[in-house]
Write a protein that binds this ligand. Structure first.
Ligand code: ATP
Length: 348
């Protein structure tokens, strides 16, 4: 993801947003330049208050930028009014953390709503709604009310409703945050399938790195209203550049220190330096650790490690310790050979 808009379904160009508040203003976004590639699943991760919702809501014109432009499918959303804005909104579906279903309407009635608003003829609505309900796997539940559905089923209704007008872009506002891990997985699988089958661009916001690992091809990290890192998810997992990204990653990429090591970890020497080595490719570290010993005479202790997949590509973390006076040399050697390293502390 870059600042260029070519091949982009959504392009944020120097976007800023200030909200008025008593005696001044709150800067929610500053100088955001980001392209969401057409057909991608792109995730924005950030802590509470970082500006994720504000960014997402600009894509369908629920918020307008106070600086810069947001271009969706070639249209400047911030400048659009009336019919032009309604046309853009038909191209942009949205799903929500708390589903936002109408309690008084059945599954069928909820999914039909955007089509009714768009003035679609009744006969067409019926056929389209049934097809959408099948598509999200809710066929037998079409006449149930939201109160009679599980969280995962409610989110499927939300997805069917969001797809009703045949959008080009689907926005997801923490759509799995209220769901248990197993249900989260089934909803993420459904989003990935829709992305594949319909070629729909998905832009999602989350505070969970696992969501990005599981379905996002591209991602951006937002902090205090600014994008601090963006690119292909695999590249960022393999070589995170920003401290905030590393913090998010440490929770999800396994490779936690064994308790007996963690309990003894100190910020400063003496003791062995504990290093996290991140690598792409299942066996990338094998020869490197051997060569640390043969080329530099440094023997590393292995403290823990994991290998997992992002997309279809393996990605791993290894926790090692080396004598602290050789730590810098060991890390320089590993970095020179394309691995990413991070000092976690020292242990006696
Ligand atoms: N309507 C508003 N009026 C004033 N300030 C707002 C408004 N909406 C958001 N803000 C402020 O803008 C900043 C960014 O908020 P935003 O909701 O975009 O963050 P977020 O990353 O989505 O947070 P969360 O994950 O908690 O939803 C925050 O400081 C917030 O208090």
């Amino acid at each position: 993801m870059t600042g260029t808009a070519q091949g982009a379904a959504i392009s944020f160009q120097g976007v800023g947003k200030a909200y008025p508040k008593a005696g001044g203003q709150v800067t929610a976004l500053a100088d955001v330049t980001l392209s969401v590639p057409t057909g991608s699943i792109t995730g924005i991760i950030g802590r509470s208050g970082a500006g994720k919702s504000t960014l997402l809501r600009m894509v369908n014109g629920l918020e307008r930028p106070t600086e810069g432009r947001v271009i969706v499918a070639g249209h400047d959303v911030g400048a659009a009014r009336g019919g032009a804005l309604r046309a853009i909104r038909r191209d942009v579906g949205m799903i929500f953390q708390h589903f936002n279903l109408l309690a008084s309407r059945t599954v069928r009635g909820n999914v039909a709503l955007p089509l009714e608003v768009a003035g679609t003829p009744r006969a067409q609505i019926r056929a389209r709604v049934d097809q959408l309900i099948e598509q999200v796997g809710l066929g037998p539940l079409a006449d149930r009310y939201p109160a009679e559905l599980s969280g995962g089923q409610k989110q499927r209704v939300g997805i069917a409703r969001a797809l009703a007008t045949g959008p080009k872009v689907l926005l997801s506002d923490e759509a799995t945050s209220a769901l248990d891990p197993e249900t989260t997985q089934t909803v993420l699988d459904l989003l990935a399938q829709i992305n594949r089958d319909l070629g729909l661009t998905v832009l999602l916001i989350t505070h969970e790195m696992a969501v990005l690992r599981d379905i996002a091809s591209h991602m951006a990290v937002i902090e205090a209203g600014r994008i601090v890192e963006s690119g292909a998810t695999y590249d960022i997992f393999a070589r995170p550049q920003h401290a905030t990204t590393r913090r998010f990653l440490s929770g999800v990429t396994g490779a936690t220190l064994p308790a007996f090591v963690a309990a003894r970890l100190q910020a400063e020497p003496p003791g062995d330096q504990v290093i996290r080595v991140t690598f792409a490719g299942a066996h990338a570290t094998d020869p490197m650790l051997a060569r640390l010993a043969t080329d530099l005479g440094i023997s590393a202790n292995i403290l823990g490690g994991t290998i997992e997949e992002i997309g279809t590509k393996p990605f791993g973390n290894l926790l090692i310790s080396v004598p602290h006076d050789r730590g810098d040399q060991a890390r320089a050697f590993l970095e020179t050979h394309g691995l990413t390293t991070e000092v976690l502390g020292h242990v006696r």
